[in-house]
Design a binder for this molecule. Structure first.
Ligand SMILES: NC(=O)c1ccc[n+]([C@@H]2O[C@H](COP(=O)([O-])OP(=O)(O)OC[C@H]3O[C@@H](n4cnc5c(N)ncnc54)[C@H](O)[C@@H]3O)[C@@H](O)[C@H]2O)c1
Length: 267
């Protein structure tokens, strides 16, 4: 079967669809034949994308608001029926600030979008999918959920996304709904590019510990999302799939002289 026909007729919702990983997922799922709804709170970007990509249904949505999610769900179900796939890519990154400079308002805002927003989407749409006996939920975690970094609100919030993914997989699995997460490594998306350009992050630092010695592209994350969404992953639920150019494999090797074959050894 042709790739573009594979998922024909299926409905996919991508939050955070107006930029970065979410936008790459929108494009990838569209190429696979899904009818795609891109939801985002950035209205300016949505207006631009509505002109550029009219084959996507672009919707304004703040995922941290239960009321907005309720309205969004009602609207989507009224027009398309219950979606087959939800991708929770809406998220915000955290600045690398000292512990005592981490304001609790900022801390809570990060949790509200990254954890609470994903949970609300999973609960609302997951229960509707469950009553139909089918559906796939995909969360975007992070390697910071799996190895500690000095991102004191962002990292723990992403660890909670991993834990929620596992809990919901157990709860919804018996009704045929799969729940998985992708844990991206460092991905060149607009907020990361902006930090590199402002001198606040170093592309070399972000690549050094990865076994493949590079960052990840949004399209590579989208590829893993498309796989988890599809029937090719029919037996996969409750997992967090790292897509990190080998950062998890390589991040501790500095202790033994660095990655690769050219490091100093005892023999
Ligand atoms: N870029 C990376 O290196 C990286 C690494 C690991 C995980 N992630 C995760 O991937 C996801 C996407 O990040 P990205 O790098 O593509 O960022 P991005 O800024 O390019 O895209 C995020 C999108 O989410 C939207 N958004 C933010 N808050 C929202 C809200 N309350 N409701 C609806 N939409 C909202 C933004 O408007 C934006 O369009 C995030 O969850 C992020 O934590 C990114």
């Amino acid at each position: 079967m042709d790739t573009s026909e594979r998922e024909n007729g299926r409905i996919a919702v991508v939050t955070g669809g107006a930029s970065g990983i979410g936008l790459a997922a929108v494009e990838r799922l569209l190429a696979d034949g899904y009818r795609v709804i891109g939801a985002d709170r950035n209205r300016e970007q949505l207006a631009r994308l509505s002109e550029e990509k009219p084959n996507v249904d672009w919707q304004g949505l703040d995922v941290s608001s239960q009321a907005e999610i309720d309205g969004f769900k009602q609207d989507v179900e009224g027009r398309f029926g219950c979606p087959h796939v939800i991708v929770n890519a809406a998220g915000i990154l955290q600045d690398n600030v000292p512990l005592d400079a981490m304001g609790m308002e900022e801390h809570d805002r990060i949790w509200d979008v990254n954890y609470r927003g994903s949970f609300l989407m999973c609960r609302n749409f997951g229960l509707a999918m469950s009553s139909l006996g089918r559906g796939v939920l995909i969360n975007i975690a992070s390697i910071t959920a799996l190895r500690p970094l000095p991102l004191f609100a962002y990292g723990p919030g992403k660890a909670a996304v991993v834990s929620m993914t596992e809990s919901l997989a157990g709860h919804l699995g018996p009704t045929g709904v799969r729940v998985n997460a992708v844990a991206p490594g460092f991905v060149l998306t607009p907020p990361i590019k902006a930090k590199i350009e402002a001198g606040l992050r170093d592309a070399e630092d972000l690549s050094r510990a990865a076994a493949l010695k590079r960052m990840v592209t949004p399209e590579e994350i989208a590829e893993s999302i498309a796989f988890l969404a599809s029937d090719r992953a029919a037996a996969i639920t409750g997992i967090t799939l790292p897509v990190d150019a080998g950062w998890l494999a390589g991040s501790a090797w500095d202790t033994y002289g660095g990655l690769g074959t050219s490091r100093k050894t005892e023999g």
